[in-house]
Design a protein around this ligand. Structure first.
Ligand SMILES: NC(=O)c1ccc[n+]([C@@H]2O[C@H](COP(=O)([O-])OP(=O)(O)OC[C@H]3O[C@@H](n4cnc5c(N)ncnc54)[C@H](O)[C@@H]3O)[C@@H](O)[C@H]2O)c1
Length: 316
């Protein structure tokens, strides 16, 4: 008697999307390409600016050289990972024979849309197209390609070589199979996927971060507690590695201000507008560590000296 046909179990260990192109070789793209190369995949890193590609190569080599020096990686592993990266100033060539494209160019919707239609014309049919955008939802970009079911968000965190989280974001038209492949891909490159079943501005991690920031500002502006004590509560009671004001100074007050401004422009909800403290700091060029002064004051080595008592509203 012939044996009954057996159901085959899908091989979940089979690599998903083995050839990848990352477009944009800036702060994020360079390290995303590094993560993918470390997972054993071939990756084309493309940028229209040759100097960005040169910087990306130097940054990756520098980071991996110091890992080799610390014994965290062998010289052979470093060379193999580096050898899997192709640097290209021609986006169409870079995407012509890949399974996945990850866009990490400047945060401007019109630039991204133009790029996606270029990529759509140059890539093989069926190529998965994704964006690392931190503020644009997939539906706002997917309409630039012919088949929006092939589009998803893959949001890495800075620095991408270190941070474990990658948000995998479904647009309204994203193929559910793409979401499960995307989740598996993220696991296979050594990251922790956070799946957004529906798109929402800010995604998960940054929304929670913003809610904490908003509450910290509310407590500060209401005169309930000082910058130092609010940060101290987050560190010593909640186990945060740093408080919300320390983090805003680290990432840049300008980034926080511009993100809020963009969100307010999109929603029209006054709750989304930048606070008067953050606006005041931005307007007076007190942008955090990079300008030596923000919620705190820093010396020229970047060491925190104490609260900024000249902060707008500090004497209210
Ligand atoms: N910086 C962060 O902390 C962070 C974190 C998560 C997500 N993101 C997102 O990642 C994306 C990139 O951010 P970044 O900080 O790496 O920016 P960046 O300014 O450091 O780099 C952007 C790069 O894109 C290149 N570029 C611009 N237009 C291009 C085009 N049409 N084709 C090819 N290359 C082009 C530029 O030459 C530049 O090298 C943005 O969408 C941003 O929102 C940034």
């Amino acid at each position: 008697m012939a044996a009954a046909p057996q159901e085959t179990t899908p091989d979940t260990s089979a690599p998903v999307w083995t050839r990848v192109a990352v477009i944009g070789a800036g702060a994020m793209g360079a390290q995303i390409a590094g993560v993918i190369a470390l997972s054993g995949r071939e990756v084309a890193l493309a940028d229209t600016a040759r100097d960005a590609l040169d910087r990306a190569g130097t940054t990756l080599r520098g980071r991996w050289d110091s890992r080799v020096a610390k014994g965290a990686m062998t010289a052979a592993e470093r060379d193999a990972a580096y050898g899997r990266i192709t640097f290209s100033d021609n986006v169409s060539d870079a995407v012509s024979d890949v399974d996945l494209v990850i866009e990490a160019v400047v945060e401007k919707l019109d630039v991204k849309r133009d790029l996606f239609s270029q990529v759509d014309g140059a890539a093989r049919p069926g190529t998965v197209i994704s964006s690392n955008s931190s503020s644009f939802v997939p539906s706002s970009m997917a309409e630039a390609i012919a088949d929006p079911t092939r589009f998803l968000g893959l949001h890495f965190f800075n620095p991408a070589l270190v941070m474990k989280c990658v948000e995998v974001i479904a647009g309204p038209q994203t193929d559910p199979q793409l979401m499960s492949d995307g989740t598996r891909f993220v696991e296979q490159i050594g990251k922790e996927p956070v799946v957004l079943r529906k798109e929402i501005n800010g995604f998960v991690a940054n929304r929670i971060l913003n809610a904490v920031r908003d509450e910290a500002i509310y407590l500060l502006e209401g005169g309930y507690a000082s910058v130092t004590d609010i940060d101290r509560a987050c560190r010593t009671a909640l186990g945060y590695p740093m408080g919300p004001f320390e983090l805003m100074d680290l990432t840049g007050v300008d980034i926080g201000y511009l993100t809020k401004k963009a969100r307010y422009a999109a929603s029209g909800d006054p709750k989304d507008a930048p606070s008067r403290t953050v606006s005041g700091l931005f307007d007076t060029g007190q942008l955090g560590r990079k300008s030596g002064r923000g919620f705190y004051v820093y010396d020229d080595k970047g060491v925190k000296q104490g609260e900024n008592t000249d902060r707008p509203g500090a004497s209210d």
